[in-house]
Design a protein around this ligand. Structure first.
Ligand code: LLP
Length: 439
């Protein structure tokens, strides 16, 4: 039994003897064993979500259709190993991610290289390692890539990243499909058609299709339906004016996840089915050719398969003002509240039977007033030594972590049939590893 005022959000969370359990493991016991901050990953849930995407996309878009795991959400060897085993593709945005995927044995011919400012070195490195596709962002990149591909003696497959001009109403910093976005080439300005014409003239590049990404944390299907209509219309125009028919349309990532109780519950399978139906009927009505559809889920694959457990360092009550509960982590392992005021669900992992009657702000340990994890949360009265759980931290937490104040990045534990370390806790040596003594 546990306090019924508490919402556990996802079915991989439960309570045993007053302790919060995640993927069947007692989080308080894990905190004792591995120390905190501790990031936990639910292997089965990651695999299940990858399968949901893969099966739904193959079923509704067609056999060739595949999800690409957007590994910026959490890039580590274990994640690429799982993506490889589940038979899905990946999207990488740097040669650091590419290198990690390579070390994991991920087949790089199934990797798509994104980014709006790839260097010559990035391009050479990716070609040398047999990257499947470049997703070309600008004409500067296009020319550089053609030149380097020629030097390397390869004909490189590419997609062009196009900006469809959609604003899906998420936080502006994570909305990327608008005309004035720093990413991609806009249809509206005529530049998308121009870059397509240029790409078709390049003898060392093979244009296979187009990509768009409209934003992140999107629950509705309408922005995807709108984006696909615009992209299919663009593809038709390319066919008419340039005589080229692409084989791929990549619709990017972005499905939302439930961070707090007020977020909706959505079914990825149902969303994919409805987008596919929309695309089919739109193509039929307008007699358009339907390319192979790809999607790039990141957050929705790993966010709710992760959580972080901390230890309370201090409880500070300022009468008439507010209460702070300070933890042994903060914006260095989770900068999302500081950056985007993102909502999170916070629980006291070792007091799950107690009523959440204490209003407080969860503060980090970093020397920065804005280092907060969440404000105005209700948890049971806590004291130094209690464990604070922050739910749904699998995506864009560790991936965006830093060593600010020379704190150590947390340990990441993969919970499957057994518990395995996916990323070791940083040591004193690690945080000063690159420093040199001055002579
Ligand atoms: N494809 C492209 C080209 C992207 O830019 C992104 C995310 C994705 C796929 C994956 O989107 P997802 O399925 O994860 O929504 N740091 C921010 C999120 C930035 C997303 C950037 N691009 C956050 O913590 O909310």
């Amino acid at each position: 039994m546990y306090c019924k005022e508490v919402n556990l959000l996802h079915d991989n969370l439960s309570v045993r003897d007053g302790h919060l359990c995640f993927a069947g493991y007692d989080t308080v016991e894990l905190a004792k064993k591995y120390g905190t901050p501790l990031m936990l990953l639910d292997e089965q849930r990651i695999r299940n979500t990858m399968r949901t995407y893969k099966n739904a996309m193959e079923k509704y878009f067609g056999k060739e259709s595949k999800p690409l795991y957007a590994s910026k959400a959490l890039s580590c060897i274990a994640m690429y190993q799982i993506a490889k085993e589940e038979g899905i593709y990946t999207d990488i945005v740097s040669i650091g991610e590419l290198y990690t995927a390579k070390r994991a044995g991920f087949p790089l011919e199934n990797a798509f290289f994104h980014g709006n400012s790839k260097t010559d070195f990035d391009i050479e490195y990716a070609i040398e390692n047999g990257i499947g596709y470049f997703v070309v962002d600008t004409s500067d990149e296009l020319y550089a890539l053609d030149r380097i591909a020629e030097k390397k003696g390869v004909v490189q497959k590419i997609l062009l990243r196009i900006t469809p001009g959609i604003d899906p109403h998420t936080h502006s910093a994570i909305s990327t499909g608008k005309v004035d976005s720093k990413f991609g080439t806009a249809i509206e300005t005529g530049q998308a058609l121009e870059i397509t014409a240029s790409a078709l003239c390049m003898s060392n590049l093979r244009l296979e299709g187009f990509h768009c990404h409209i934003g992140s944390q999107i629950f509705e299907i309408e922005p995807y339906c709108d984006a696909s209509e615009i992209m299919l219309g663009f593809i038709d125009k390319v066919k008419e004016e340039l005589g080229f028919t692409p084989t791929i349309l990549n619709l990017g990532g972005g499905f939302g996840v439930r961070y707090v109780e007020s977020d909706p519950v959505i079914s990825y399978e149902e969303n994919i089915k409805r987008i596919a139906e929309h695309i089919d009927s739109y193509c039929e009505a307008n007699q358009l050719y339907k390319p192979t559809i790809l999607m790039e889920p990141g957050r929705s694959i790993v966010a709710d398969s992760g959580m972080t457990i901390y230890t309370v360092g201090s409880v500070k009550k300022i009468p008439e003002y507010k209460n702070y509960v300070a933890i042994d982590g903060g914006m260095a392992d989770n900068p999302r509240y500081a950056l985007y005021q993102s909502s999170y669900t916070v629980l006291c992992a070792n007091k799950m039977n107690e009523s959440p009657s204490f209003n407080c702000t969860i503060a980090g340990r970093l020397c920065e007033s804005g280092d907060l994890i969440q404000e105005n949360v209700m948890i049971p009265p806590v004291q130094r030594g209690d464990n604070i759980a922050v739910l749904v931290t699998g995506a864009y937490n560790y991936a965006m972590s830093s060593n600010y104040n020379r704190v150590h990045r947390p340990l990441v534990l993969m919970l499957g049939e057994s518990e395995r370390i996916a990323i070791k806790r940083e040591s004193f040596e690690d945080v000063s590893r690159l420093d040199e003594f001055l002579d």
